[in-house]
Design a protein around this ligand. Structure first.
Ligand SMILES: C[S@@+](CC[C@H](N)C(=O)[O-])C[C@H]1O[C@@H](n2cnc3c(N)ncnc32)[C@H](O)[C@@H]1O
Length: 274
C-alpha cells in the first residue's frame, strides 16, 4: 500500500468529492428517520495542509487554496464546514459533522498508519465505528445495515491497482442487490478515456440501474500519466442532486480556473436508466 492521502488532501478532486458528499447528506437529512453511512476507504480523517507531505506536492494550493475564496452560493456549505472543522477534513470528518443523533457512520481504512489517527479522532464517539479492514470486504459483511432502512455508501479507493474499477463494479452490483435503498457514490480518477469507457460499459453489462456520472475535467483526458480530471458515479441519487452538482461544478470551475487550467469542463451523463 503506497498511497497516502496526505499528499493529495484538499486538491481539486477532494473539492469535487467533498462538496458532492455534503450535498447528498443534506438530501438524506430531509427525512427524520435515521441513516447509516459506510465510508469504505476513509483515510486518516483530518489533514494538516502545512505538513511536509502536503507541502511536498502542494496539490491543495490549486484545490481548496483557490476554492476557499469563492463566494458562490453552491460552495458555501462546503467552505463553511471545512472552515469550522479546522484542519482539512477528510470524508469521515465531514460526514460525522452532518450526522444527527439518529444517524451512524462506519469508516473503514486498511493502511495501518492511517487507521491510527482515524481511531483517535472518533475514540469516544458512540455514533462512529472505525474498522481496520478491507473496505470492499466490509461492504459485503455489513450491508444491508442493521436497524437502518436508509443509507449512503461512499467508495473512494486509491486506484493504485488496475482492478479497482472492476472491484467498484462488483461492489455496486452487490449493494444494489442487498441494499436497494442505498445511495452509492464512487469517486474515480480520469486520466484518459479508455478505462472510463470500459468502466461505464461494465456497469451497463452488469445491468445496474439508475446510474449517473458526474465528470469534472481540468483539461482534456489525453495524457494517461496525469490526473486530468475526476468523476463521481452516483447510483440511486436523491431527487435534485443533478441540479445541485451542476451548481457546484460551475462554482468550482470559476474558482479553479487559472492560466494552467484555462478550459475546465464538466458534465453529468446518465449511464443507465432508473
Ligand atoms: C483516496 S483515499 C481516501 C480519502 C477519503 N475518502 C477522503 O475523502 O478524505 C483512499 C484510502 O483508502 C485506503 N485503502 C486502500 N486500500 C484499501 C482497502 N482495500 N480498504 C480500505 N481502505 C483502503 C488508503 O490507505 C487511503 O487512505
Amino acid at each position: 500500500m503506497n498511497y497516502r492521502h496526505i499528499y493529495h488532501a484538499g486538491n481539486f478532486a477532494d473539492c469535487v468529492k467533498h462538496a458532492i458528499v455534503l450535498s447528498i447528506l443534506h438530501s438524506l437529512k430531509r427525512k427524520q428517520t435515521g441513516f447509516s453511512v459506510l465510508d469504505t476507504h476513509a483515510g486518516r480523517g483530518k489533514y494538516d495542509l502545512s505538513s511536509l507531505e502536503a507541502e511536498k506536492t502542494g496539490e491543495w494550493e490549486s484545490g481548496i487554496g483557490l476554492a476557499q475564496n469563492s463566494t458562490a452560493e453552491a460552495l458555501q456549505d462546503y467552505l463553511s464546514t471545512i472552515h469550522y472543522l479546522g484542519l482539512y477534513p477528510g470524508s469521515p470528518a465531514l460526514i460525522r459533522y452532518l450526522l444527527r443523533p439518529q444517524d451512524q457512520l462506519i469508516a473503514c481504512e486498511l493502511h495501518p498508519e492511517d487507521v491510527k489517527p482515524l481511531r483517535r479522532l472518533f475514540r469516544s464517539d458512540p455514533q462512529v465505528a472505525v474498522h481496520h479492514r478491507d473496505g470492499y470486504e466490509a461492504l459485503r459483511a455489513l450491508l444491508p445495515p442493521k436497524e437502518f432502512k436508509r443509507g449512503f455508501i461512499l467508495i473512494d479507493p486509491p486506484f493504485e491497482k488496475p482492478d479497482d474499477f472492476s472491484k467498484c463494479v462488483e461492489a455496486i452490483a452487490f449493494t444494489r442487490t442487498h441494499f436497494r435503498a442505498g445511495i452509492i457514490a464512487v469517486w474515480f480518477p480520469i486520466k484518459h478515456r479508455t478505462p472510463i469507457r470500459q468502466f461505464y460499459q461494465a456497469l451497463k453489462d452488469a445491468a445496474i440501474q439508475d446510474i449517473i456520472s458526474c465528470e469534472f475535467l481540468l483539461r482534456p483526458a489525453l495524457d494517461p500519466s496525469r490526473l486530468n480530471g475526476c468523476g463521481m458515479l452516483l447510483v440511486n441519487a436523491p431527487y435534485g442532486t443533478q441540479q445541485n452538482i451542476m451548481a457546484i461544478f460551475e462554482a468550482l470551475k470559476q474558482a479553479l480556473t487559472t492560466e494552467n487550467t484555462p478550459d475546465i469542463q464538466y458534465s453529468i451523463e446518465r449511464i443507465t436508466e432508473e
